[in-house]
Design a protein around this ligand. Structure first.
Ligand SMILES: CC(C)(COP(=O)(O)OP(=O)(O)OC[C@H]1O[C@@H](n2cnc3c(N)ncnc32)[C@H](O)[C@@H]1OP(=O)(O)O)[C@@H](O)C(=O)NCCC(=O)NCCS
Length: 205
């Protein structure tokens, strides 16, 4: 299957989502350098994420990718900034010539209801959840994904989701969420999409 969703974010930044229907052999034939991953499904996701990097920018130098202590993959010369995410049969990548990026894809699941207090402060809950007894798993997954994309955008770890990533507002359709990233005292705009049961969010600035 070709790319499932693609967007030219700006002159220097491209986003792609791949629905994985290929075999491992397809990706291995197209991704010369990759990390060994034991679990077959996770290996396929990993390969699809790497594959997207060159799909988006054909001169992306796979061989220069390094992995930081935080496990974030990066290019030492910063020729490209990039971020990868996968869930289920989907892989997403966001690649930019000039901006830090973070992307996250998540599958909506009711399990998110059980952990909302772990990642949302009381202020965020009163801002986004009108009826706490009937919180919407789609919305909670989106809020979780938004924070994951900021975590990845930052890339340096040591983040407390409630303390350091404070979601402050959104538009009525939840296509854009603002956050105050306390560690850098910075406002970050997070872009969001729903694709059926899949939520995608990204930060790029
Ligand atoms: C690292 C983390 C973001 C990965 O997220 P995930 O949902 O497991 O998996 P995803 O598929 O979305 O992302 C995996 C990709 O993120 C990238 N990645 C890994 N660590 C990263 C980091 N520290 N920063 C940025 N990107 C990272 C990698 O590209 C990885 O894929 P690859 O190994 O195939 O290249 C996640 O495990 C994590 O640590 N989140 C923070 C959790 C936390 O602090 N929670 C507290 C709130 S309750």
């Amino acid at each position: 299957m070709p790319v499932f969703f693609q967007q030219q974010i700006n002159e220097n930044t491209r986003l792609g989502v791949w629905k994985i229907e290929e075999t491992e052999a397809f990706f291995k034939g197209n991704v010369p350098v990759h990390r060994e991953v034991t679990h077959p499904k996770k290996r396929l996701q990993h390969l699809a994420g790497r594959f997207l990097l060159q799909y988006l920018f054909p001169d992306f130098p796979y061989e220069l990718i390094r992995i930081a202590d935080t496990r974030k993959p990066f290019l030492p010369d910063e020729r490209y900034h990039f971020s990868i995410s996968h869930c289920g049969d989907y892989a997403a990548a966001l690649v930019s010539r000039d901006s830090r990026v973070g992307v996250d894809v998540e599958m909506v699941t009711p399990k998110i209801l059980l952990i909302k207090d772990k990642f949302l402060s009381p202020e965020e809950q009163s801002l986004f959840i009108s009826d706490p007894s009937a919180a919407d798993p789609r919305l909670l997954t989106l809020l979780w994904s938004a924070k994951e994309s900021v975590f990845k955008w930052y890339g340096e770890g040591n983040i407390d989701f409630k303390k350091h990533i404070r979601l402050t507002e959104s538009d009525s359709e939840y296509t854009r969420i603002s956050c105050h990233f306390v560690k850098a005292n910075k406002k970050i705009s997070i872009h969001c999409h729903f694709f059926g049961n899949i939520v995608l969010s990204y930060a790029c600035q």
